[in-house]
Design a protein around this ligand. Sequence first.
Ligand SMILES: Cc1cc2nc3c(=O)[nH]c(=O)nc-3n(C[C@H](O)[C@H](O)[C@H](O)COP(=O)(O)OP(=O)(O)OC[C@H]3O[C@@H](n4cnc5c(N)ncnc54)[C@H](O)[C@@H]3O)c2cc1C
Length: 317
Amino acid sequence: MGRRPRRCDPRRARGGGGLMAALALPPLSGSVEPGGSLADFIWFRTGGPAEWLVRPGDTADLAAFMAALPPSLPVLPVGVGSNLIVRDGGVPGVVVRLPKSFAKVAVEPGHRVRAGGAAMGITVASAARDAGIAGLEFLRGIPGTVGGAVRMNAGAYGRDTGDILIEATLVLRDGSVETWPAAKLGYTYRHSALPAGAVVVQALFAGTPGDPATIGAEMDRIAAEREASQPLRSRTGGSTFKNPEGHKAWALIDAAGCRGLTRGDAQVSEKHCNFLLNLGTATSADIEALGEEVRARVKAHSGIELEWEIQRIGVKA
Ligand SMILES: Cc1cc2nc3c(=O)[nH]c(=O)nc-3n(C[C@H](O)[C@H](O)[C@H](O)COP(=O)(O)OP(=O)(O)OC[C@H]3O[C@@H](n4cnc5c(N)ncnc54)[C@H](O)[C@@H]3O)c2cc1C
């Protein structure tokens, strides 16, 4: 990257609610921002800072950095935060955000697409379309990164990331770099067995031969359907709760009378009631408390316990 590796002085850290560790981080050719804001980019636009926000230069840089970090220091990768509530007290330890250099997408023989962990789903779907590779269209509707999709087993329209993933390259918490076949990721509905602290830096997806015009039409259909049914232009975190076996979370929430429910400036979306919204000045505490109220009302109404799909990270203020 050409930039000089920097050691970080925690005394320069901003914010962090007293989270600062009395240590200097190992050198990195990318950037390290003490007290780096997460609310600047995550979809809800709420929550406290990262103790350290780290943007690695490349995979080798990240691997060397992670290997040299004290093993007790937590590491949390984030994508674009389309599935996150960052609590108001911030996130202790290191938050890794892959920069644009990790967003490359390339088509390979055998109807495969190789994508960096920071590539957006729409970019992967578009590259597949242009190369006549079918089966990846659903990524068009998921507004997150490849890393987030691999971790969450993101899916829509009957397909999940686990269905198209061949393998993922990971930097594990100890700094080792490994390529895992999809089977090792133990995929179930919106869940993977990705180890804590592991960063997905690359993924290889496979599709089937298809006609670019047909694939494009399907992507357009998905985009239009999303626009009509989801609050895409709002500060939200996507589907809040997993669909319980045999049920739709939104229908349970609606039946429990929660559509439009508010707490502070947090609201259950009128358009799609499995989405929570920040109407402007909500805190993460408002959003999380509203989610818990929805869970309690659904439990009282139907006896079903909703499970959070949104990842809640960090500490309360
Ligand atoms: C309008 C809207 C619509 C949505 N529709 C869908 C949908 O149809 N289907 C669906 O499944 N989801 C949907 N989501 C949720 C979200 O887009 C997905 O979960 C997405 O995969 C999250 O990606 P991200 O990059 O934003 O990850 P983040 O939200 O930043 O992180 C989510 C999780 O992934 C982990 N993570 C992120 N990057 C990496 C990485 N490089 N390595 C390892 N772990 C990582 C984080 O630690 C966290 O646990 C929607 C969200 C919104 C806002």
